[in-house]
Every structure is written in C-alpha cells, then in structure tokens.
Design a protein around this ligand. Structure first.
Ligand SMILES: Cc1cc2nc3c(=O)[nH]c(=O)nc-3n(C[C@H](O)[C@H](O)[C@H](O)COP(=O)(O)OP(=O)(O)OC[C@H]3O[C@@H](n4cnc5c(N)ncnc54)[C@H](O)[C@@H]3O)c2cc1C
Length: 391
C-alpha cells in the first residue's frame, strides 16, 4: 500500500518524526516521507542565547534540512504552510496543494508580547536565529560613549541564559547595566522548587545583573519601560524573553484546542482524528493532572511515539484491506497492533533542564535537585551530538 506521510514543521519534533519513520520504513514498504518547513535550516534553539556572546555562529547551530532529508530518503519542501484541508487531505502552501495519507503537525510556538503597548515594536528577541542575530547586531551598534542599560524581560529559562551571555558580551566592552525583569516573586518561576531560583539569582547578581522580581511591564516607549508597580526604567535595548503562544497558523484551523494549544489523544493523534498527529511545543496533553512540558526532550519523545503509531496504523489498515476477519489473523501469524501510549517525563509539574549561566557555567535541574559539575560540558555535548546528524 503506497502511503504518503507529510511532516509539517521541521524543528526538533518534525525532524525526529521523519527520522523515526525512516528507520521504521522496513516494516511498512512504500512509505513516502515529505518534510515541509518555511525555513531551509533546522535551528538549535537552546543555543540562541550564545549567539549574543559570540560563543557560537549561526552556521554551527543550524543544519541544512534538504541535505538531512536526502540522507533519510525523504523529500524536503521549503515552503510555508498557509492552510490545511482536512476533508480533502491536502496541505496548502502559497504555491501548491500537497495531498497526504497521514499528517504530522509540528509547527511549534511563537513569542508573545501579551498585547503590551510598544513591547513588540520596540523589543528585540531571541526566539528565532534571525532574531538572535538581529539582537547581536543591535548590541554591536549601541552608543558606547555612555553607560548602556539593557533590560531582559522575562526570567524564565531563556531570559536567565540571555542575561548570562550578556555579561560575557560586555566583559571586554564599555560598562553596561543588565536588568533581568520578572513579574513573579522569583526568577525561573516555572521550576517548582526555590533552590534553583535562589542559586541562579545569586550567581547572576554576583556577575552584576540586577534582578527585579514582582515587576510587571505595563507599557514601553522609545525611552523607558513603565511597570505596573509604578516604577520606570530608562533603557538602551530591550530583549524580550517573556512567554510563548501557539503558532498563529493554528488559529485558522478548526481543531480541538485548550487556550489555543492543540489537543491530542494519548496516541498523539489530534483529538477526534485518526490520520492527523501532532507533536512538540504546540501540543496540549494532560493526563491525570500531569501536563507534558514544552521542551526538546518531550518534542522528541512525542515524535518517536507518533511515528511508531503511524506505522502501526498503516499495518492495521493493510490487514483490513485484505478483508480478513480478525479471528483468522492468528492463522497467518498476524495481530492487529495496539497503538503506543505517550507518557510524558519532562512535565510542567516535574521539569528538568540544562540552564547555562554564561562564563562556561551551567546547572542541571533534575527531580528538584541541582547538579553543577560538568553541566556546561554536558549541555554542549548534547548539542554537538544532535547537530552531528546535519554534518
Ligand atoms: C531561546 C530559547 C532557548 C531554549 N532553550 C531550551 C533548552 O535549553 N532546553 C529545551 O528543552 N528547550 C529549550 N527551548 C525550547 C525548545 O527549543 C522547544 O521546546 C523546541 O524547539 C520545540 O520543538 P518543536 O518541534 O515543537 O518546534 P520548533 O523546534 O520551533 O520547530 C517548529 C518548526 O516549524 C516550522 N514552521 C512553523 N510554522 C510553519 C508554517 N506555517 N509552515 C512551515 N513550517 C512552519 C518552523 O520554521 C520550525 O522549523 C528553548 C527555546 C528558545 C527560544
């Protein structure tokens, strides 16, 4: 049975789905894998903050998707998807309509500015490689005849890492004041235990970062940031690292959602569908009060499960095509395969992460504990091992 699988969005989730499908291909011959992305290169997002300090280059932390697709015997289409016709089973780009038998949606998340006046227009960000490069350029072009003030808004994982890399950036340059602004009472508020916030806070403060917690941006104008609490902060550059929202294409698609995030069943099929799967940051999955996290580890875990379930569904379909009643399957050594359940591990309730802090230092957060020895080296090893597949 000739089957066509489209993987739409080739970040961490999409690349892993395509890889796994390609490995499992032997079990389901005549499987054609198509990878679609609006970008020509995969971007290793966890390394974006290091673009600012110049520790990595754009070339080093991105990989050619076309080359990757040929390696795994898939076809890469470098176009942006603008809509999906689920009835006709077609993905629409501005140039073409591409039919599919199975679709995997893995288009990720986007930066949100929460509709705060002036925030989007006047801030730089590091949520894309292009954005990180533009931010670095803006840093290079600041007027260094006076003291520079940089405000990093949002002290989650990305904000903390950006602050650390900024200290490295300014080490050999004119003096600068770096402010790390967080609306919640502590930095890294998504991590359930306070030990990590206290450690990172002390580390960054020691390096000269001024941390402002319980400080909420209300408005931004050309000169200053106004906070809800009444204070104002004059600035030279704002780097926005506060919050993500679902990919805006999802708004167009009439699919089951929770606060805009795409709802999936335990097999990673979009709720109510059998031929459309979803993985990665834009997925909403909750089971018994545990919600999957939005991170590379979960995107890849979901990708493996979704790929396996596509193959199992195809196998089950081919049994049915033979019109063989289920009770005779055993005579032919066949069994209808059950789909594999997705079980998240890096969750909202129990997150784990590498957090780099600049100066070649990092900390690993795992099971509520912190590990510092070799943390930065391990983080860089994981990056090197991942990017190797694009060399
Ligand atoms: C600065 C920063 C630091 C981070 N650090 C870490 C970290 O240390 N550890 C960690 O686990 N996670 C980290 N993350 C989060 C991590 O990068 C995401 O969880 C991960 O990328 C999610 O993978 P994904 O496949 O869902 O989405 P993505 O990797 O974002 O991939 C989505 C893909 O879809 C494509 N796409 C989107 N819309 C369309 C369209 N309409 N048509 C065609 N293609 C489209 C995009 O071009 C992209 O290639 C970080 C993120 C950022 C921004």
């Amino acid at each position: 049975m000739n089957m066509k699988v489209i993987v739409m969005g080739c970040g961490f989730g999409g690349v892993e789905v395509a890889s796994k499908l390609s490995k499992l291909r032997k079990q389901s011959k005549d499987l054609n894998i198509f990878m679609i992305d609006r970008r020509a290169r995969l971007e290793y997002q966890p390394a974006y903050p290091e673009i600012l300090s110049g520790k990595v280059t754009a070339e080093e932390i991105s990989g050619d998707l076309n080359k990757f697709a040929s390696k795994i015997n898939a076809e890469f289409i470098n176009e942006a998807v603008i809509n999906i016709d689920f009835k006709a089973k077609k993905v629409k780009t501005s140039d073409s309509e591409i039919p599919y038998d199975f679709l995997v949606i893995s288009i990720g998340a986007e930066q949100t500015f929460f509709g705060i006046p002036g925030a989007e227009e006047l801030s730089y960000s590091v949520d894309t490689l292009k954005g990180a490069i533009a931010t670095k350029k803006a840093l290079d072009n600041l007027d260094y005849s006076k003291k520079i003030r940089i405000a990093v808004i949002g002290a989650g994982l990305a904000g903390v890492e950006v602050a650390g890399e900024l200290v490295d950036y300014f080490r050999d340059r004119a003096s600068a004041k770096i402010y790390l602004v967080e609306r919640m009472p502590r930095i890294l508020p998504a991590f359930p235990t306070e030990n990590i916030s206290a450690y990172v806070s002390k580390f960054l403060s020691h390096r000269g970062v001024e941390i402002l917690t319980e400080t909420t941006v209300q408005e931004v104008n050309e000169e200053e940031i106004t906070f809800k609490e009444g204070k104002k902060l004059p600035y030279d550059l704002i780097i926005w690292t506060a919050g993500i929202r679902p990919n805006s294409l999802l708004e167009k698609l009439e699919l089951p959602k929770e606060k805009g995030w795409l709802k999936v069943d335990p097999y990673l099929r979009v709720e109510g569908m059998t031929d459309v799967f979803a993985v990665g940051d834009m997925v909403y999955f909750e089971n018994e009060g545990v919600r999957s996290g939005q991170n590379v580890e979960e995107a890849e875990r979901q990708a493996k499960v979704a790929a396996e379930n596509i193959i199992r569904t195809i196998k089950n379909l081919s049994f049915k095509k033979k019109a063989l009643p289920k009770k005779y399957y055993y005579l032919y050594g066949m069994k209808e395969e059950k789909l594999r359940r997705y079980r998240p591990k890096n969750t909202i309730q129990n997150p784990r992460a590498f957090i780099s802090l600049g100066e070649d230092k990092a900390v690993i957060y795992y099971g509520g504990m912190m590990f510092k020895a070799f943390a930065y080296r391990m983080k860089k090893f994981v990056e090197w091992r991942y990017m190797r597949r694009f060399r």
